[in-house]
Design a protein around this ligand. Structure first.
Ligand code: RFL
Ligand code: PHB
Length: 420
């Protein structure tokens, strides 16, 4: 039994949110708009969070959600709408015209850093509370009617009483670990390579993203603006960032880009360089009593399909609607459906990201013999032939890239649950 120490400060809110990444901040903002008060507890400083370079591509569902949260003003001015992207297969460029192939859907190129900055500012302007640089965050009694969270900040211990807890604390957070192991069913695939990313203040090499499959490994040419580029290289898991000077990065990238594109590449000093491992991961269920897992706390996708942040936003959308129904008295037990509804979209995005990753990376898997490797290569070559050279195949990529399939699926489940 937990006993409150005399020094402990008591706090109270409706929703305790753990983590001030995009999931936590967006959930906080949407709930505040619905009049549901919440407090965010975050381990890192705001500055540290804004220094992490992550997603760059937002689906229309997320763009609409940012509008609903009232944080889309800067994105509308500074973001770039993309009507398509390219896949280069051993140097041959294929355009996926997402707008034409999906009856008008597009994606928004606007960095996660900027989305987070906009959400932080919006939270500050409504005067909602965030405890940055908190430590020892512990979740208590999520299966009772009075759950609470304890944490420490600046040497002061706090007890936060709440109705519900949203675990928005990413893959390495405490929320998922607070669900007893025997209640969790976890699915995982760790890929035998990582992505080395480089950010530079140089103009992007092309107007649209180019995903490159080459014999030397995968590469991606992406961007943040007309003056800022983001590039990635597939690297072995054993590589360290220190192994890669800027010069070595640019030289390798030039070899992986199609020749005519490489000729246009403008290089410059890196302003950030990091290696991210690739993983597919899902925790089922995404809730335990009054604790809900949201975003990367519940699932991870390899970045190849640009789905992680979009999936996190879809969780946030579903949870905020369910909490609204619960609080406005329409359906007091609505939140019980969260995991079931959210998981439908999760598995669609997991499958798409896994499939794109398999198709576009070079595998050097020690567990396969030479013949198995060659056979797999033939399968992947045929996958690419179908998906890059036939309209039907391109459409399959396009509708999943923009997210319409998974959203249609999610909407069907939300409709069934009376959410829309
Ligand atoms: P985050 O962003 O990890 O935030 C979690 C927050 O929780 C805090 N935290 C704690 N706070 C309190 N107590 C604790 N014990 C805590 N432990 C952790 C952390 O400090 C942090 O602030 O999770 P969130 O909010 O769910 O957001 C998920 C997204 O960040 C992630 O899915 C995307 O970045 C994935 N992703 C992409 N997604 C897209 O939709 N489109 C893309 O183009 C895209 N590109 C990418 C990506 C991820 C990448 N990396 C580095 C993994 C490209 C890359 C390279
Ligand atoms: C990025 O710009 O960081 C980015 C874009 C598309 C992806 C992954 C990452 O698929």
């Amino acid at each position: 039994m937990f006993s409150t120490s005399i020094k402990m400060q008591s706090l109270k809110t409706k929703i305790a949110i753990i983590g001030a990444g995009p999931s936590g901040l967006l959930l906080g903002q949407l709930l505040a708009k619905k009049g549901i008060d919440n407090i965010i507890i975050e381990r890192a400083s705001g500055e540290y969070i804004l220094g992490r370079i992550r997603a760059g591509i937002l689906e229309q569902g997320l763009v609409s959600l940012l509008a609903e949260a009232g944080v889309d003003e800067r994105m509308k001015k500074e973001g770039h709408i993309h009507d398509g992207f390219e896949i280069a297969h051993y140097g041959k460029r294929h355009r996926i015209d997402i707008k034409a192939l999906t009856n008008g859907s597009t994606v928004m190129c606007y960095g996660q850093t900027e989305v987070t900055r906009d959400l932080m500012q919006a939270r500050q302007s409504i005067g909602a509370t965030t405890y940055y640089e908190s430590s020892d965050v512990v979740i208590h009694e999520q299966n009772s009617n009075s759950p609470f969270v304890t944490f420490t900040k600046n040497g002061i211990e706090y007890k936060l009483d709440c109705d519900y807890i949203a675990g928005c604390d990413g893959f390495h957070g405490v929320s998922r670990q607070s669900i007893p192991k025997e209640k969790r069913n976890e699915f995982e695939r760790i890929y035998p390579f990582g992505w080395l990313g480089l950010l530079s203040d140089t103009p992007p090499v092309a107007d649209e993203l180019i995903y490159c499959k080459t014999k030397r490994g995968f590469a991606l040419a992406s961007m943040r603006s007309s003056t800022r580029s983001r590039y990635y290289l597939q690297v072995p898991l054993t590589d360290k960032v220190e192994d890669w000077s800027d010069d070595a990065f640019w030289a390798e990238l030039k070899k992986r880009l199609p020749e005519d594109v490489a000729e246009m590449l403008i290089t410059g000093p890196s302003i950030e360089k990091s290696i991210a491992p690739l993983r597919s991961f899902v925790c089922e269920p995404m809730q335990d009593g009054r604790l809900f897992l949201v975003g990367d706390a519940a699932h991870i996708v390899p970045p190849t399909g640009a789905k992680g942040l979009n999936l996190a936003a879809s969780d946030v959308s579903t949870l905020s609607k369910l909490l609204d129904k619960t609080y406005n008295g329409e359906e007091p037990d609505a939140v019980a459906k969260y995991s079931e509804i959210a998981l439908k979209r999760v598995w669609h995005a997991e499958r798409f990201s896994w499939w794109m990753s398999n198709m576009l990376h070079e595998y050097d898997d020690d567990n396969m013999n030479e013949n198995e490797t060659k056979t797999l290569e033939r399968f992947m070559a045929s996958e690419l032939d179908f998906h890059l050279n036939y309209e039907e195949g391109k459409k399959v990529i396009a509708i999943q890239y923009v997210g319409t399939v998974s959203y249609t699926h999610l909407r069907a489940h939300e409709t069934k649950a009376n959410l829309v």
